[in-house]
Design a protein around this ligand. Structure first.
Ligand SMILES: Nc1ncnc2c1ncn2[C@@H]1O[C@H](COP(=O)(O)OP(=O)(O)OP(=O)(O)O)[C@@H](O)[C@H]1O
Ligand SMILES: [Mg+2]
Length: 260
């Protein structure tokens, strides 16, 4: 398996008037491979979006490195952008354009071969069941319809790496399942998918590996079974709560004992 995402000692600080310096991402390192779905989990404010935005070249780290598909996000942002599709949790659609127009626009923007664009767009419209509202202005669409359109436009150029910030947020179970099927299908075609989620069932179902982050720090990464072994818990929900609330204290105590 090829290393497609390499993150090393990533740090990002923010300053705001009320809180002063906020260490949003604190010495984060992990690797994700081709043909892998990597889930990034963490409580609200843990640093997931900040990490994904730095991967997507929308924000610069204070220190550390990110390599995507062999390209460095600071030295070679253009090639990074060509190599990935990024779905932000706050992705806005052009209100005066329809899903068909938006998906086509992003195919062109990302350099998808012109002679194949129409076929690709029609395929995605059919695949995601967009047909009924494909020509409706996006300002008139429901939350879920907008989200599906956003996902379709994120993957339209068929990039090797997909970075999705809470892709299934606001979706009904049928559509969410469709998205899961699609993510699994992309994985089976060798793509690397990294996504953040608060949905533990979704994470159990689709992730090959899971990273849990809290206060900007990566607590641990592993397969579901590895996390079960580390925590002694079975369900992702229990594993998550344990990791976020107890794991660090337990680890500190253990280290303390070793030093004693
Ligand atoms: N532009 C900014 N200015 C100041 N602080 C920021 C900024 N962006 C993010 N932060 C802070 O960085 C921390 C991490 O935020 P981030 O959005 O990465 O969390 P998250 O894990 O995505 O949370 P959620 O699950 O709620 O989406 C938070 O404390 C947040 O307030
Ligand atoms: Mg977020």
């Amino acid at each position: 398996m090829e290393e497609k995402i390499i993150i090393k000692n990533l740090k990002k600080e923010f300053y705001d008037e009320q809180r002063g310096t906020v260490l949003a991402v604190n010495d984060l390192s992990f690797t994700a491979y081709s043909g892998e779905i990597f889930g990034l989990l963490g409580p609200n404010g843990a640093g997931k979006t900040t990490t994904l935005r730095m991967m997507a070249t929308l924000m610069k780290p204070h220190s550390g490195n990110i390599s995507i598909n062999g390209f460095d996000t600071i030295k070679d942002p253009q090639n990074v952008r060509k190599s990935m599709g990024f779905l932000s949790a706050t992705t806005a659609l052009y209100p005066r354009l329809s899903p068909r127009e938006i998906i086509t626009y992003f195919a062109n923007l990302n350099g998808y071969p012109e002679d194949k664009t129409e076929e690709r767009v029609e395929h995605l419209i059919e695949y995601f069941n967009i047909t009924k509202y494909a020509d409706t202005l996006s300002e008139k669409l429901s939350t879920g319809m907008k989200q599906i359109t956003s996902i379709a436009r994120t993957i339209v150029h068929d990039p090797p790496v997909l970075i999705l910030d809470e892709p299934s947020s606001g979706l009904d179970v049928i559509v969410a399942q469709k998205i899961h099927e699609h993510i699994l299908d992309l994985r089976d075609h060798g793509k690397t998918v990294i996504f953040s989620s608060h949905n533990m069932g979704e994470v159990e179902k689709v992730c090959d590996r899971i990273g849990v982050i809290n206060n900007g720090k990566l607590l641990t990464t592993g397969t579901l079974n590895e996390l079960r072994e580390i925590t002694g818990k079975y369900y992702m929900e229990e594993i998550f709560i344990y990791l976020v609330q107890e794991y660090e204290t337990v680890k500190q105590k253990e280290t303390g004992n070793v030093n004693d």
